[in-house]
Design a protein around this ligand. Sequence first.
Ligand SMILES: [Zn+2]
Length: 204
Amino acid sequence: MKIIDISMELNEKTVVWVDDDSPKLIPVARIPNAPINFTWLDFGSHAGTHIDAPYYLFNEKWKSDEVPFEVLIGDCQVIDLCDVEDYIEIVDLKKHNISSKRILLKTKNSYDNMEKYNPNHVALSQEAAKYLRDLGVKLIGYDYQSFERNGEVNIHRIFMQENIICLDNLRLKEAEEKEYNLICLPVKVTGIDAAPSRAILIEK
Ligand SMILES: [Zn+2]
């Protein structure tokens, strides 16, 4: 069984949204100066690979711990859009036979060395977002901090209105355009807008 880890490394070098502080991994205790190694974690809810819960934009919708496993686990399809330079448009999506309800969009972003935030990362157009919504997709994974540039939330609104879960900051370099089984397990942090997650693909 081949398993691909599509999660981003989460540490003090992890690139986060430009207005956020970098994650801190504070060494509270270290052997041999202490009997144990113990670290204090301090980072935003959208640092590294994470799910966005619809509560991000809607007070009455699913929070970080309420997203059903049925959405986060199951068959998924990696769509290779590495030929897109700027915005993913409907025409780009139509080149692919999208059949799964879980879609991971692999772009050039997966080849970014992630040393600093790229404001011109490959993004999704609002029309393309509506196209995916209308296909009945339940989870959409992406290989950057957001589908949108400049901290906008138009696409988030299109998805979250329909309880579509965004799985952000994936690393899809190792994934090919085909079907896998996705396992995405968000940390059970309760009642908030997002949760750090480990995400893996299992070859079928
Ligand atoms: Zn997010």
